[in-house]
Design a binder for this molecule. Structure first.
Ligand code: PEP
Ligand code: MN
Length: 336
């Protein structure tokens, strides 16, 4: 439930309400706005409890949170969550561009593409060391060696690293190398993994499941937040529909919806969202137009020889053109 304090509520009254909530077993979040304080409270809400808090000094009203997600909701926490990684802040109105190959394929290849995306204006480097492939016979990633290569690329380029963790047993080791832990679309409802990521102490990039509703996706974020980690970045990457020209159908309505329904930052992955490199730039532009906090795109120096996702990978010069366009759109929108 949400407890809205009166405009002139004294600090003592606010603290007293927060303490009483905690005594009754509620998790509490204080949002101190310019006008008034709003207290988000998660716990067993009964009519009697609501009436009890309604009677407390300084309380203006008590409103139940009707949505199934609580801690992720905008009502619970009206101010936007920001995620600081290196010198970038995701969710503060700036635009973060994450780029790199689908998979880390080897030391030299990764270094080359990492330097190229940095040169073109990327803020962070992506690359999978553990690859969730549809076929067990496809390239599965370089695993630990891939993580080491990513860490070396971070050192050389200064770009923070985003990489996927597929297994709760690997969280510790991936955390040693990565700045952001990615949950792949196929693992969005791996609830045990989500719970463990709640304790990881690192930001989590949560991709939308290929067949997930917005509500299921936010509930996945709720698992991570309620387990102790509010640093969650949502990533729209397309959903499965009847359409066959594209690999997935990129649902850009997710961007404003996530912003309305939650306080979390949201980015868009137009590479997996379309599966076709020619569609990546226009959809990245559209994503930024829709208010996305960032984009994540796959870049490869030689897409026709990529070990995974070549058809959706941009060449470095196409990526550079994308960066110029999305930054221009972002700036234009900020100046309106
Ligand atoms: C990826 O980003 O490397 C990836 C595997 O994407 P998704 O989980 O969205 O399919
Ligand atoms: Mn990929």
């Amino acid at each position: 439930m949400i407890i809205v304090m009166k405009k002139n509520a004294a600090e003592q009254e606010i603290n007293a309400v927060a303490e009483k909530l905690q005594e009754k077993g509620f998790k509490v979040h204080l949002s101190e706005g310019v006008e008034r304080t709003i207290i988000g409270a998660i716990g067993e809400r009964t009519q009697a409890i609501m009436e009890y808090f309604m009677r407390q000094p300084g309380v203006e009203k008590v409103i139940p949170i009707l949505q199934p997600f609580k801690m992720a909701s905008r009502e619970f926490k009206p101010e936007p969550t920001t995620v600081k990684v290196g010198d970038k802040i995701i969710g503060d109105g700036s635009l973060t561009i994450i780029a790199g190959p689908c998979a880390v394929e080897g030391r030299e290849k990764l270094m080359e593409v990492a330097l190229a995306v940095k040169e073109a204006g990327a803020d962070m480097l992506r690359g999978g060391a553990f690859k969730p492939r549809t076929s067990p016979y496809s390239f599965q990633g370089l695993e630990r060696e891939g993580l080491e290569i990513l860490a070396e690329a971070r050192k050389v380029t200064g770009l923070p690293v985003v990489t996927e963790v597929m297994d709760p047993r690997m969280i510790e080791v991936v955390s040693e190398y990565a700045d952001i832990l990615q949950v792949g679309a196929r693992n969005m409802q791996n609830f045990f993994l989500l719970r463990e990521l709640g304790k990881a102490g690192k930001p989590v990039l949560l991709k939308r499941g290929p067949s997930s509703t917005i509500e299921e996706w936010i509930m996945a974020a709720e698992y991570i937040i309620s387990s102790g980690n509010e640093q969650v970045i949502m990533c729209e990457r397309g959903i499965r529909t009847f359409e066959k020209y594209t690999r997935n159908t990129l649902d850009l309505s997710a961007v404003p919806l996530i912003k309305q329904l939650t306080h979390l930052p949201v980015i868009v992955d137009p590479s997996h969202g379309t599966g076709k490199w020619e569609l990546v730039e226009p959809m990245a532009v559209a994503a930024v137009g829709a208010g996305s906090d960032g984009i994540m795109v796959e870049v490869h120096q030689n897409p026709s020889e990529a070990l995974s996702d070549g058809p959706q990978s941009l060449m470095p010069d196409n990526f550079e053109s994308l960066v110029t366009k999305v930054r221009a759109i972002h700036e234009a929108l900020q100046n309106i």
